[in-house]
Design a protein around this ligand. Structure first.
Ligand code: F6P
Length: 525
């Protein structure tokens, strides 16, 4: 099946994307209007045959059956023997979900109610600032969503501390009032060194300020015992099960800071958006299924055409942390080198994901996207309207820029057009030279996701869309998207290097480079 796609890649080599628009139905035939959003993938090289071939790949990989297994609580995270059920956290009215013969929904809904009671209590209290201490999946989701949904935030201010670099917590604590600050220790395992170090520093800060820690900490964790040992009473611990992966956990207790900021109703709207995308993903035919199409377009670009990175470019300033969030979601999930059965992967794993909001990126790295020698498929996103009606002209400019970029990437500028641009200023050889610098190869693919407004429900849809995209890509690659063994080695070596860096243990046995770097630290600290 991959061979078939490679043949298509050879067939279309040199074909211009804009030529495909001679079919005046192309835009509608290569876009999908579903769950209130429009996903336009017409500015890519996909044609009917390629789309069919990609859908065949998805069918042969068993995407539909695997999807049904995931939603029904099968242990598809095979290397850890766990179900994958973050979807249960947003299954507000979807009926039972069984794991090992038990319906998990009563527990999920009970935890949601406890979250709501706690968030309501905190919102009504004298708490002015909430500090979420967590890292990776226990940070990026709520941190991204807090910024994304700032127009809906009417609770205490939220801050996010993740890095073990003391600069992070020091900068956040500066200016906070210990009497009115609440700390959330967010850690699925409650053992992560960065989070536990920051949590201890927060405790020490309160004590230095003469304020008791009682009632000032909440824990969000699957490890209630450890949270208890750390001194957080059970009533202030919100738990979740091992079938919620860290990078998929913002829909449950890990989303508490977001709920405190936007309120329980806003958080439920976010969950409803996710649930709506789940329903679409489960019910729609593959060729009308947004996560499936997003995944297949991505795989066409990465695994078939060999474009090693993809840029996520939201024309939505409040999505400024989306790329960081997606980096964990996509790269921790699908950055794997072996398939489920342990065999080496015969094709590339997931791509490097990166990006920044437009229009800022235009004045920074878009130069390379337009004229660099490597093709970078771009995923644009934009809302039809903004939250600032009085600044509508800003929003119109924003949209115009977003649409202009995908058009420019596709069309490019020929040498003749470039000559015309400089004809009045230069002549002869100099005109030729100057014109060459102004040529844009064009034919660079992009997709655009457009939605009415970045409200909680829409954010829920977008995040669930990307989660399911990762799932589909993972199934087709035959990998386990739900473990992350690749983060272990660095953690192990860091713990052995800790005493070396502090001068308590010798660097003997380390390589020459590491020894040299340690030596420099010891001499210069
Ligand atoms: O090191 C990677 C990781 O395990 C992520 O998968 C996870 O989101 C993050 O660390 C934080 O883990 P925890 O929530 O257990 O502190």
């Amino acid at each position: 099946m991959w061979e078939d796609l490679k043949r298509h890649a050879d067939r279309i080599d040199g074909r211009r994307i804009e030529g495909l628009f001679e079919n005046d139905k192309r835009a509608t035939e290569f876009s999908l209007d579903a769950v209130g959003m429009l996903f336009d993938y017409s500015k890519t090289q996909l044609d009917g045959d390629i789309r069919e071939a990609l859908i065949d790949v998805a069918k042969q990989a068993g995407v539909e059956a695997r999807r049904d297994e995931m939603f029904s609580g099968a242990k598809i995270n095979e290397t850890e023997g766990r179900a994958v059920l973050h979807t249960a956290l947003r299954n507000l009215d979807g009926g039972p979900v069984m794991v090992d013969g038990d319906d998990v929904m009563p527990g999920v809904l009970d935890t949601l109610k406890r979250m709501e009671a706690l968030a309501t209590e905190i919102r009504a209290s004298n708490v002015t600032d909430v500090v979420n201490i967590g890292i990776g999946g226990s940070d990026l989701g709520p941190a991204m969503a807090y910024l994304a949904l700032s127009p809906y935030a009417d609770g205490p201010r939220c801050h996010f501390v993740s890095n073990v670099d003391g600069a992070d917590i020091a900068d956040v604590l500066t200016g906070l009032d210990p009497e009115t600050t609440l700390f959330i220790v967010a850690s699925k395992t409650f053992t992560t060194i960065e989070t536990m170090t920051n949590a201890r520093t927060a405790k020490a800060w309160l004590s230095d300020k003469g304020v008791s820690s009682d009632g000032r900490f909440v824990a969000l964790s699957s490890n209630k015992e450890k949270a208890g040992e750390w001194g957080i009473p059970e009533a202030r611990v919100l738990g979740f099960e091992d079938w919620v992966g860290g990078r998929y956990s913002m829909w449950g207790p890990i989303g508490l800071s977001l709920m405190i900021a936007i309120g329980p109703d806003g958080f439920r709207a976010f969950l409803r958006g996710g649930q709506e995308m789940d329903r679409h993903f489960r019910a729609a035919e593959l060729h009308e299924n947004m996560p499936v199409l997003l995944a297949l377009v991505g795989m066409w670009h990465n695994q078939v055409l060999g474009h090693a990175t993809r840029a996520v470019l939201p024309y939505d300033n409040r999505l400024s942390r989306l790329a960081a969030y997606l980096q964990q979601l996509e790269m921790e999930s699908n950055g794997k080198g072996v398939s489920m059965d342990g065999a080496d992967l015969p094709f590339n794993s997931g791509p490097v994901v990166w990006g920044e909001p437009g229009t800022n990126g235009q004045h920074a790295f878009y130069q390379l996207i337009h004229q660099g020698t490597r093709v970078i498929p771009c995923e644009f996103m934009v809302a039809a309207r903004g939250h600032e009606p009085e600044l509508r002209h800003h929003h119109e400019l924003l949209i115009a820029n977003c649409l202009a970029q995908s058009e420019a990437l596709m069309r490019g500028r020929t040498l003749d057009e470039a000559r015309e641009k400089v004809a009045g200023t230069f002549e002869g050889d100099e005109l030729e030279r100057q014109a060459k610098h102004r040529v844009f190869p064009g034919n660079r693919p992009s997709t655009t996701l457009i939605y009415p407004l970045l409200d909680p429900e829409t954010l829920g849809k977008i995040i669930a869309l990307y989660e399911h995209r990762v799932f589909v890509e993972g199934v087709i690659l035959g990998i386990n998207s739900y473990d992350q063994w690749g983060v272990e080695l660095g953690k192990e070596l860091a713990s052995s290097l800790g005493p070396v860096v502090s001068g308590e243990a010798s660097a003997d046995g380390k390589d020459g480079s590491t020894k040299q770097l340690v030596d420099y630290v010891l001499k210069n600290r």
